[in-house]
Design a protein around this ligand. Structure first.
Ligand SMILES: Nc1ncnc2c1ncn2[C@@H]1O[C@H](COP(=O)(O)OP(=O)(O)OP(=O)(O)O)[C@@H](O)[C@H]1O
Length: 218
């Protein structure tokens, strides 16, 4: 089983971005309870876990701008945010994902902020600095994190880290619920594999047994 080890938050929601403002949480086995008064940051911690693993900003956060610590609080023009998460994969190998972002104050009348991802990095300490660090396209990094955790993005988003604002999605309209269930159970991928196997059977029954063997060992 993959596990979450440690989370560092800086410059996100009410967690400030100044030196010394960063907060670190170590998760303990078998269960970590997060307890606090309203507005103390419990939801923010879950949002940061989800963001670190999937790259998804919370719903209703103005595409991420409201997720970063508000630059207006210190009357800055921008604010830097960072989420750093240590996880162990199924083999017990440690991976550290760091996502850095910034919110910039627009100079328009609305004085709303814009959100920008600065960097995403996955580091594997046991492997050494040159081979262990990986900085690719953000989409590839998100897929890499799903591989490390051994679960699909749909399960991370809709089941494990389902945001409280989205928690009633099973009561949504039928079409949307079906789409989410299809994603959670990997129906599209399953149908694609079955279509492929059926195609191969019709071409050559011998090739089919090789194909099934390959599916089993993957
Ligand atoms: N962009 C932001 N900049 C600064 N502070 C923010 C920002 N967005 C939200 N906050 C503040 O962060 C806090 C949000 O905390 P959060 O929702 O994580 O708390 P909580 O412990 O889950 O609360 P509850 O128990 O009410 O659900 C609130 O006090 C809110 O005013």
């Amino acid at each position: 089983m993959s596990t979450l080890d440690k989370l560092l938050i800086r410059g996100i929601r009410s967690f400030g971005s100044q030196t010394g403002d960063e907060q670190q949480i170590s998760f303990v086995s078998p269960l970590t309870l997060i307890v606090g008064v309203n507005g103390s940051g419990k939801t923010t911690i879950i949002e940061c876990l989800k963001y670190a693993l999937t790259g998804e900003v919370p719903p209703g956060s103005d595409r991420g701008a409201g997720f970063v610590h508000d630059p207006k609080i210190y009357q800055f023009s921008e604010c830097l945010g960072q989420v750093k998460l240590n996880v162990k994969d199924i083999k017990g190998t440690t991976h550290i994902v760091t996502r850095s972002m910034k919110a910039m104050l627009k100079t328009t009348k609305t004085s709303k902020s814009t959100f920008e991802t600065i960097d995403v990095n996955i580091y594997c300490p046991g492997v050494g600095p040159s081979k262990g660090s990986m900085s690719k396209r953000v989409a590839d990094m998100n897929a890499e994190m799903c591989d490390i955790m051994g679960v699909s993005k749909a399960i991370l988003n809709n089941v494990i880290f389902c945001h409280q604002e989205d928690s009633s999605w099973p009561l949504d309209e039928q079409k949307k619920v079906k789409e989410k269930f299809d994603a959670i159970f990997g129906t599209t991928e399953y149908n694609r594999v079955i279509d492929k196997v059926v195609g191969i059977i019709s071409e050559s029954p011998f090739a089919c047994s090789i194909c099934i063997f390959r599916c089993e060992i993957q």
